[in-house]
Design a protein around this ligand. Structure first.
Ligand code: FNR
Length: 185
């Protein structure tokens, strides 16, 4: 069975470098995985009171998450942490507590920035959050990319061979991690 991957991109920008990175990863996956991009920009700011009559964006988000086999976070770094929109989506998925939609899912993280640190600090924050959701996050490989112009072209091909090989390895590891976690459940 082809696993469905819920892709959560931590940027709402149309020209997001991280969305571009996600598309490049999707291309490297080929037919081995199916990507479903979750719409986190429509989610309201988290408010527990909204559960009385949940907005449709929340209901859709949770349904799509629940029916996915794994989660891929692709996030920018904002002021040395993850963007608020991503944290907001994480919080919506995690409640009500008995309906934590992240529970038990295999997950992986990657991100890129124009700067040299390549989202390392943001990813470190994200890694400390995910166990609270009971997500099973792949430890290695870690991917901290400096996204220079042209590294990913307009057809989402990775133009640098070493980077392409590295990211292909990430995709293979993720596929292996998903099948291992499925066996463990
Ligand atoms: C940034 N940026 C940034 N980059 C970084 O490497 N470390 C950081 O702490 C920050 N902080 C930060 C805060 C805010 C509010 C913004 C808007 C930007 C720059 C960021 O990496 C750059 O804008 C990326 O292009 C954002 O990712 P997307 O939207 O292209 O995916």
């Amino acid at each position: 069975d082809t696993p469905t991957i819920a892709v959560v991109v931590g940027s709402l920008r149309h020209d997001s470098l991280n969305l571009r990175l996600a598309r490049a990863i999707e291309k490297l996956m080929g037919a081995s995985m199916h990507c479903r991009y979750l719409q986190i920009g429509e989610l309201p700011l988290y408010n527990n009171d909204l559960w009385e009559n949940p907005p449709s964006a929340v209901v859709t988000f949770k349904q799509e998450l629940l029916s996915s086999d794994a989660v891929l976070f692709v996030t920018p770094e904002y002021n040395r942490s993850i963007p608020g929109v991503l944290k907001n989506a994480i919080d919506w998925g995690s409640r009500p507590l008995t309906e934590n939609a992240w529970r038990g899912k295999p997950a992986a993280i990657l991100g890129g920035s124009p700067g040299m640190l390549g989202t390392a600090v943001a990813q470190s924050h994200l890694r400390s959050i995910l166990p609270a959701l009971d997500l099973r996050t792949m430890p290695q490989p870690e991917v901290y990319l400096q996204l220079k112009p042209g590294l990913i072209d307009d057809s989402f091909a990775v133009t640098n061979e070493a980077t392409r090989t590295f990211l292909s390895g990430f995709v293979r590891s993720f596929a292996h991690w998903i099948s291992r976690q499925a066996g463990a459940l």
